[in-house]
Design a protein around this ligand. Structure first.
Ligand code: ZN
Length: 382
C-alpha cells in the first residue's frame, strides 16, 4: 500500500470569490493575504481570481500493482469531502493510470479522497447526490493521474518511511502481510516549488553487487537488498522507450513474410509497417521497428506483430522480444546501467504484463530473520 497527500490551492468560482474578497477585505483591510498562483508549480493553474493556498487536497491510497490487485474494479473508490461518491470520470482516470502496470484482466486497489471547495461541485445533477459532477473535471483528472504516477515511481521521496496519519496507518498495517513488502510510505507537503524539487531528487542508491543464475541482479539498497529480474526490468525500460517513440527504420534487404491473412496485413499497416506483395503468398516488409532491425528473428517478430490489434500490444511484444533474456551473463557495469535505466522508468514496479520486477528484503526483515535482537556481543558479529 502506498499513501500520498497533495495540498492544492482552491480556485473559488468568481461569485464565491467576490463575496470572499469582500468579507476578507473587511476583516483584514489589506489585500496582502491573497496569494497569486505559485510560479513554476507543476500543476497547471487555471486562471482564477484568488487561489486560497492549501484549502483543497487530494489523498490517495493505492495497492502497489506488483502485489495487490483485484478481479473486479470493486476497490476503485472515490470520496469527495468525506463522502464516497460515484465519479465515472475519475474512476476511468484511475483505471487508465494503472494500464500496463496491473496484470491483464486485473483491477487496481485505489482510494482517492478529494477535499474540494463546494463551489467546484455541481450538486444538482443527481437527485440522491450519489454521482458527482465537477465543474472542472479535467483539472482533477490531471491531479489524480499525476499523484498515481508519483506513487508508482521508485524515487527517494516515496520509499522511506515517514509519518502516516493514524487511520491510514492502521489501514496499511492491517492490509500488509508480514514482511511482504517494504514500500509503505507517505509524502505530505505543500504545493509549489519545494514539491517539484523534492520530486526530482534523482536516482536512489541501488548498487549492483552480483548476478544469480544469470537471471537476478542482486543490488544493495540503503535500506536492505533487492533482487531484480533482468529480463522484465529491461522489458519495462524498452516498453517505455517504445511508448515515447515507435521508431521505424528502412531495410536495404526486405524481410519476407509468408502466409499472411488480409487482417494481418491490415494490422501491420496500422502499425506503420506496410508490406508489398512479393510473389505467391509472399510479402516484403521494407520498414521495421528499429529495435527489431538487426535481429535474426525479425521475420518471426513481424509475424507476431501482424497478429496484434493495437499499437500498445505491439510495443509490449517488441519490448519483450528485444529485452535481455534470462540466462544471459551480465557484467557489473551492464547490471548497473540496467538498474539506473530501470529506476528512471515511470512505472518500475511491474512489467507491461503486470509481473513484479523486483523483490526487496528490508534490513529490518533481515534483522528479524537472523534474530539479531537475541544476543548482543562481538562474538556474534554485532
Ligand atoms: Zn517478456
Amino acid at each position: 500500500m502506498q499513501y500520498l497527500k497533495v495540498n492544492l490551492p482552491a480556485f473559488p468560482s468568481s461569485k464565491a470569490a467576490d463575496s470572499l474578497v469582500k468579507k476578507q477585505l473587511v476583516l483584514s483591510k489589506t489585500e496582502q493575504i491573497y496569494q497569486w498562483p505559485i510560479p513554476n508549480s507543476q500543476f497547471p493553474i487555471p486562471k482564477a481570481p484568488f487561489p486560497i493556498p492549501n484549502s483543497q487536497s487530494l489523498e490517495l491510497v493505492i495497492g502497489l500493482p506488483d502485489r495487490c490487485h483485484r478481479r473486479r474494479p470493486d476497490w476503485v473508490k472515490v470520496g469527495v469531502n468525506r463522502r464516497v461518491v460515484r465519479s465515472p470520470e475519475l474512476e476511468q482516470t484511475i483505471l487508465s493510470a494503472f494500464a500496463r502496470t496491473c496484470p491483464r484482466d486485473r483491477y487496481p486497489v485505489c482510494f482517492v479522497h478529494l477535499q474540494i471547495s463546494p463551489s467546484e461541485i455541481d450538486w444538482n445533477r443527481h437527485p440522491a447526490k450519489v454521482e458527482i459532477y465537477l465543474h472542472n473535471p479535467s483539472f482533477w483528472q490531471e491531479q489524480v493521474r499525476a499523484a498515481i504516477a508519483r506513487v508508482l515511481e521508485l524515487n527517494e521521496d516515496v520509499l522511506p518511511q515517514p509519518s502516516i496519519p493514524d487511520r491510514v496507518g492502521q489501514l496499511l498495517k492491517a492490509s500488509e502481510q508480514k514482511g511482504a513488502y517494504l514500500a509503505s510510505s507517505s509524502t505530505s507537503r505543500n504545493d509549489g516549488d519545494q514539491e517539484v524539487k523534492n520530486h526530482k531528487i534523482g536516482l536512489m542508491e541501488l548498487r549492483a553487487i552480483a548476478q544469480v543464475h544469470n537471471t537476478y541482479i542482486v543490488a544493495e539498497h540503503p535500506s536492505g537488498m533487492w533482487l531484480v529480474e533482468q529480463h522484465i526490468a529491461h522489458e519495462r525500460v524498452l516498453y517505455e522507450q517504445l511508448c515515447n517513440a515507435w521508431l521505424l527504420t528502412s531495410l536495404e534487404k526486405p524481410v519476407i513474410l509468408s502466409q499472411l491473412s488480409a487482417l494481418q496485413i491490415e494490422n501491420l499497416s496500422r502499425l506503420g509497417l506496410e508490406v508489398e506483395t512479393f510473389g505467391e503468398q509472399l510479402w516484403a516488409a521494407r520498414e521495421v521497428p528499429l529495435l527489431l532491425a538487426d535481429r535474426d528473428d525479425c521475420a518471426d517478430a513481424l509475424f507476431e506483430l501482424s497478429k496484434v490489434a493495437d499499437l500498445q500490444a505491439a510495443q509490449v511484444a517488441t519490448a519483450c522480444r528485444s529485452a535481455i533474456r534470462n540466462g544471459t551473463p551480465l557484467s557489473l557495469d551492464e547490471m548497473q546501467n540496467l538498474l539506473n535505466e530501470w529506476q528512471q522508468t515511470r512505472n518500475p514496479r511491474t512489467c507491461p504484463h503486470g509481473r513484479p520486477i523486483y523483490f526487496a528484503l528490508e534490513e529490518s526483515t533481515l534483522a528479524r530473520i537472523f534474530r539479531r535482537s537475541w544476543v548482543i556481543g562481538k562474538s556474534h558479529g554485532i
